[in-house]
Design a protein around this ligand. Structure first.
Ligand code: NAD
Length: 342
């Protein structure tokens, strides 16, 4: 393929298991001559180690230029240190929709027919991180506060995104998930706008409403009744981990962050420091994120080849990493996937 026909894209290997699984994904993308010209950049702890900056300027500039990112997971220090770089990237590039598809791969488990897409609002809610403390007596942090917000504009935009996704992907139903019974304003606005948008799709896409707690219960009892879920930031973060757990765990779950200025593709999971460097991480979640990226640039043909290879290796040949009950290494499953995709 000539250099001119390649699509410029930013590659962030990430932290922890990131370099291993992103490296594996690139090997497979190379094997099918995926049309990307990678600009490798750092972020997270890797950025701190290299230059003291978890989000170096060169990384921001690269994404501004390419508008397309494949990203490994980034470590966020818990309860201290810098703010989540994932959250910062989503805000910097206006990546308002987080799309997390989950589909049964290995049948014979508790649920054989799960095919759910969680569309999560990615910029607002409690992740706007307007956190503070109120001192009492000598304790400066006696009370911790967090103010979340939702805007009519973003509520409308995310629900519309979910309905358009449903139309484009032959889906039948969108469920609005909220907590408007308690958070009457924050979630009430989401529900109000959601209902208005749903009316515009009447006769084409069905719409249901669920309170998030009832939805969580139904997702573990009868997940096959769900199709597309659209919800606010925090609920979407939690529910998409839940749905990935129903179908084989985080090692299989990809996500796409879509915005006006850029699109960023990544695994749902984090940097898994407990298994980093042990050659046992499952690369399939990042590989599936790469298939979403291929579909985004209208190379569904290549995405299908990878999906087929994943099915052959994991389902037919039962070559599985530890998280899927197998015992092959990251390198071994990568070699098998490369062979299957050829
Ligand atoms: P995690 O997702 O990293 O790990 C949770 C569990 O799943 C661990 O037992 C881990 O070993 C396992 N796991 C995750 N990915 C796996 C894979 N590909 N193959 C096999 N097993 C896998 O969650 P955590 O431990 O809560 O978070 C670790 C760090 O990652 C934190 O700093 C967190 O902030 C960050 N994080 C980043 C992202 C992101 O970059 N998008 C997302 C979530 C968490």
């Amino acid at each position: 393929m000539s250099n001119q026909s390649l699509i410029p894209a930013t590659l962030i290997p990430g932290d922890g298991i990131g370099p291993e699984i992103v490296g594996a994904t690139i090997e497979i993308l190379d094997a099918i001559q995926a049309p990307f010209k990678w600009d490798r950049q750092l972020a997270g702890m890797a950025g701190v180690d290299a230059s003291g900056d978890p989000l170096p300027q060169s990384t921001i500039e690269s994404i501004h230029k390419t508008g397309l990112v494949l990203k490994g997971p980034l470590t966020t220090p818990v309860g201290k240190g810098y703010r989540s770089i994932n959250v910062t990237l989503r805000r910097e590039f206006g990546l308002y929709a987080n799309v997390r598809p989950t589909k049964t791969l290995i049948k014979g488990g508790r649920f054989d027919n799960i095919d759910i897409v969680v569309v999560r609002e990615n910029l607002e809610g409690f992740y706007a991180a307007m956190e503070n403390h109120i001192p009492v007596d000598n304790d400066l942090k006696a009370i911790a506060t967090c103010a979340g917000y939702t805007s009519r504009k973003e509520c409308r935009r995310i629900v519309k995104f979910a309905f358009d996704y449903a139309v484009q992907n032959n889906r039948k139903k969108v469920t609005l998930v909220h907590k408007a019974n308690i958070l009457k304003e924050l979630c009430g606005l989401f529900l109000e706008e959601g209902r208005k948008v749903a009316k515009e799709y009447e006769g084409k896409i069905a719409c249901e409403e669920r309170i998030v707690d009832a939805c969580s219960m139904e997702l573990v009892i009868k997940p096959e009744t769900y199709d597309v879920i659209v919800t606010t930031n925090l609920f979407g973060d939690i529910l998409s981990d839940l749905t990935s757990g129903l179908t084989g765990g985080l090692g299989l779950a990809p996500g796409a962050n879509i915005g006006e200025k850029a699109a960023m593709f990544e695994a749902v999971h984090g940097s898994a420091p407990d298994i980093a460097g042990k050659n046992c991480a499952n690369p399939i979640a990042v590989l599936r994120a790469a298939t979403l990226m291929l579909k985004h640039v209208k190379r569904d043909d290549l995405a299908k080849r990878i999906d087929k290879a994943i099915h052959k290796v994991v389902v037919e040949d039962k070559i599985r990493t530890r998280d899927l009950g197998g015992n092959v290494t990251t390198k071994e499953i990568t070699a098998a996937l490369k062979q299957a995709v050829a």
